[in-house]
Design a binder for this molecule. Structure first.
Ligand SMILES: NC(=O)c1ccc[n+]([C@@H]2O[C@H](COP(=O)([O-])OP(=O)(O)OC[C@H]3O[C@@H](n4cnc5c(N)ncnc54)[C@H](O)[C@@H]3O)[C@@H](O)[C@H]2O)c1
Ligand SMILES: [Zn+2]
Length: 354
C-alpha cells in the first residue's frame, strides 16, 4: 500500500488496461507487491536496465525468480538489434506470456523494454520503474514505445501500455545534473498545459508546488491527455508544445543542445509566435520566458544557429499536417494551429536567436 506521501494517478483506458502511476520517494521498494497485484500469474520477471542505473540505485526486488538484462547507455543503442537481443534473451530464459518484464531506467530503457514487451510472444506485461525526471513526467506514461532507425528517431514502435509505473523520487538524487535540468524543460511545458486546471488557480501555478506534487501534477496532465486520445488522433499533440522548434534545435545543434533544453527554447518561441498571431498578449508571451528561466534553463538558443535551416527543419517535422504547423497557446488554451504564415514564423525567430 502506498504511504501517505505517495501520489497515485490512474491512466484511465478502455478494455481493462487502466493503470496506476505512483510518485513518491522510495516507491521502487513497493515493486514486488505491485507486480503481485498487476501480474498475479507471473512466475518470472525479466528486469531490463542499464549498468549505471543499477550502480546508482542497486538491484530492484521483484519477489519473483528471473534474470536481469542490461542494455548499453546511449541513444544509438536504442535500435532493432537491441530488441532482437533482448527477445532472444527472454526466450533463452524461458519467459512465458504470463510473465512480466520490468524496465528500470529513464526513457531510453522504458521505450526499449516497452517495445520488446509489445512484440515478444505478441505481447507480455511490462511494469516501469522510471528513474529520470523526463521519464517520470513523460516517457513512462502513455504507452508509446519504440526504437530508432538510421533514418530517424522512434520510427519503429508500438502503442503498448505498461501495467503500472513507479516514479521513485529518490532516483533523482543520482541523476547527472545536466540530464535533470533538461528534464525541467519538459516540466516547464506542463505549466502551459495546466490551462484552466485546478493548479492554475493556486498562486504561482504549477511552478509554486513542491517537486513531488509538481511531478504528480505533470503525470496527471499527461494521464488525462492520454486517456482522451490514446493513439494521438489529435489532442495528444498538445504534449508537443514547444517541440516543433525544440526538435529543429536538437538536430541543427547536432544534439549538443539536449531535448529538454531545446524544448525550453521552443516554449519561448511558441509564446512569441502566438503573440505575433494575436493569440496571446505580451504578458502571456513573457510568462513563457519567465517560466523557462525559473526552471534554470536558457531562454535563447546558443550562438551559431541560423533561422533558415531551423525553419526548413520545422517544415519537415513529422507531425506537420499542413504547411507550418505549431502547437500554440491561445484563448482556448494550447492547441494545434496549421498553415502558419512563414513570414511570422521567421519574425518570431528573433525572440530566441541573437
Ligand atoms: N515514449 C514516450 O512517450 C517518450 C517521451 C519522451 C521521451 N522518450 C524517449 O526517452 C528517451 C530519453 O529519456 P531520458 O531523458 O530519461 O534519458 P535516458 O533514459 O537516456 O537516461 C539518461 C542517462 O541517465 C542515466 N540514468 C537514468 N536514471 C538514472 C539515475 N537515477 N541515476 C543515475 N543515472 C541515471 C541513464 O543511464 C542515461 O545515461 C529518448 O530515447 C526519447 O526518445 C519517450
Ligand atoms: Zn519532449
Amino acid at each position: 500500500m502506498p504511504t501517505p506521501s505517495m501520489h497515485v494517478q490512474r491512466v484511465e483506458l478502455p478494455d481493462g488496461r487502466s493503470y496506476g502511476v505512483t510518485v513518491g520517494a522510495g516507491c521502487r521498494h513497493d515493486l514486488s507487491s505491485v507486480l503481485a497485484a498487476v501480474a498475479p500469474r507471473a512466475r518470472r520477471a525479466a528486469v531490463v536496465t542499464q549498468p549505471n542505473v543499477r550502480e546508482a540505485l542497486g538491484p530492484v526486488v521483484t519477489g519473483l525468480p528471473g534474470d536481469t538484462f542490461e542494455i548499453a547507455v546511449g541513444e544509438e543503442e536504442k535500435n532493432l538489434s537491441t530488441i532482437e537481443r533482448l527477445c532472444r534473451s527472454f526466450s533463452l530464459a524461458g519467459l512465458t506470456r504470463n510473465d512480466v518484464i520490468v524496465a528500470v531506467g529513464g526513457g531510453m530503457v522504458t521505450d526499449v523494454a516497452g517495445f520488446a514487451a509489445s512484440v515478444y510472444l505478441r505481447g507480455v506485461s511490462v511494469v516501469y520503474v522510471s528513474t529520470t525526471l523526463l521519464g517520470m513526467i513523460d516517457a513512462a506514461i502513455g504507452g508509446k514505445t519504440g526504437v530508432n532507425l538510421p533514418e530517424g528517431k522512434n520510427l519503429v514502435g508500438a502503442f503498448w501500455q505498461p501495467s503500472a509505473v513507479l516514479c521513485d523520487l529518490d532516483a533523482l538524487d543520482t541523476m547527472p545534473a545536466r540530464e535533470l535540468r533538461s528534464g525541467l524543460g519538459e516540466m516547464a511545458k506542463y505549466h502551459f498545459l495546466e490551462g484552466t486546471g485546478p493548479i492554475s488557480r493556486t498562486p504561482g501555478g504549477l511552478d509554486a508546488l513542491p517537486l513531488d506534487e509538481r511531478i504528480a501534477r505533470c503525470v496527471a496532465i499527461k494521464a488525462a491527455v492520454v486517456a482522451a486520445d490514446e493513439r494521438e488522433g489529435g489532442l495528444r499533440a498538445v504534449l508537443n508544445y514547444g517541440h516543433t522548434l525544440g526538435h529543429a534545435i536538437e538536430i541543427a545543434s547536432d544534439f549538443s543542445v539536449m531535448h529538454g533544453e531545446a524544448v525550453a527554447i521552443g516554449l519561448v518561441y511558441a509564446g512569441a509566435l502566438a503573440q505575433q498571431l494575436g493569440r496571446i498578449d505580451a504578458a502571456r508571451a513573457d510568462e513563457h520566458r519567465r517560466i523557462v528561466a525559473s526552471h534554470d534553463l536558457a531562454t535563447r538558443a546558443p550562438g551559431g544557429l541560423d533561422p533558415e535551416p531551423l525553419i526548413a527543419l520545422m517544415q519537415r517535422d513529422k507531425k506537420a499536417l499542413d504547411g507550418l504547423t505549431f502547437v500554440l497557446d491561445g484563448p482556448n488554451g494550447v492547441e494545434t494551429v496549421t498553415g502558419v504564415d512563414p513570414a511570422l514564423v521567421r519574425r518570431a525567430m528573433s525572440s530566441v536567436l541573437d
